[in-house]
Design a protein around this ligand. Structure first.
Ligand SMILES: [Zn+2]
Length: 267
């Protein structure tokens, strides 16, 4: 089986977009999987979760999560803004949220208990959407450890059915590991990029960038031993928090005072 697999992988690489790209933070990335493929993976994952997980039936929560997401998406570059953005609220006690390539956002009801203001929810959603616009999922899939998954993803894209294990691994690489019981956090570099870009994004949308810090403090105080996935494992959490804090005043100053603040009703 080895030779066909290698041949198929070579085909994946040959079909992929030119391997190197520069992400919005100015860092060069190796990408062996194109946007269309990774968006399809995101859509498949989202549909699977909507079919198997419990969706919230509270329309106020749904409206709230959509309102915050919409305000953030409005600040994205056109190539990202034009995606068919969709938000689902899941009945889940873990204080998590995720964003998948292709423009699919999931918010757990447990997060709404901790993120008690629109600004705090925007801090998490901004961070998750920044993972998408930085193509962190595609980058992880493209890294050596993920060659098999890139192959499986491409086969799924062209219609071959993935094995459950391949599907689980693909989901974990896209950043929804906690949802499926595979812990595979984003790297420290990816988290730093998502922190900085996400906070800038939510501030541009009119939310208060201080909420990225206050939410961090709340979550950490509540459960210092086991942070949720969006705060995932990080060797130096204090430094990460301090970097967010240092950005608050510059982001507040840069904001256009004439632009309206979002008014999302907290359910
Ligand atoms: Zn993250």
């Amino acid at each position: 089986m080895a030779i066909p697999r290698i041949a198929a992988l070579a085909a994946v690489i040959a079909l992929a977009l030119p391997g190197c790209a520069t992400n919005p933070s100015g860092r060069s990335q190796m990408l062996l999987i194109g946007d269309a493929q990774v968006n399809q993976m995101g859509l498949t994952a989202f549909n699977q979760m909507k079919a198997s997980d419990k969706l919230s039936t509270d329309p106020a929560k749904q409206r709230y999560a959509e309102c915050v997401t919409r305000a953030i998406v409005a600040q994205l570059d056109p190539q990202w803004r034009q995606l068919p953005w969709e938000v689902a609220v899941f009945n889940h006690t873990a204080a998590n949220a995720f964003a998948l390539p292709g423009g699919k956002v999931g918010v757990h009801t447990g997060l709404l208990k901790v993120a008690t203001t629109q600004d705090e929810l925007a801090a998490v959603i901004g961070h998750e959407i920044a993972h998408v616009t930085h193509r962190h999922g595609a980058e992880r899939i493209s890294q050596g450890m993920a060659a098999e998954v890139a192959l499986a993803a491409t086969q799924a894209y062209v219609g071959r059915k993935q094995s459950p294990e391949e599907a689980r691994m693909a989901l974990a690489l896209l950043g929804v590991g906690a949802q499926i019981g595979v812990m595979l956090p984003f790297s420290r570099l990816h988290e730093s990029e998502a922190d900085i870009a996400g906070q800038a994004l939510m501030a541009r949308a009119g939310f208060d960038p201080q909420a990225a810090v206050s939410l961090w403090d709340k979550m950490h105080a509540e459960n210092p031993a086991r942070p949720p996935q969006w705060l995932s494992t990080h060797p130096d959490p204090e430094r990460r928090r301090d970097r967010l804090a240092a950005r608050v005043e510059p982001l507040r100053t840069a904001r256009d005072p004439a632009s309206p603040r979002p008014a999302c009703t907290v359910p």
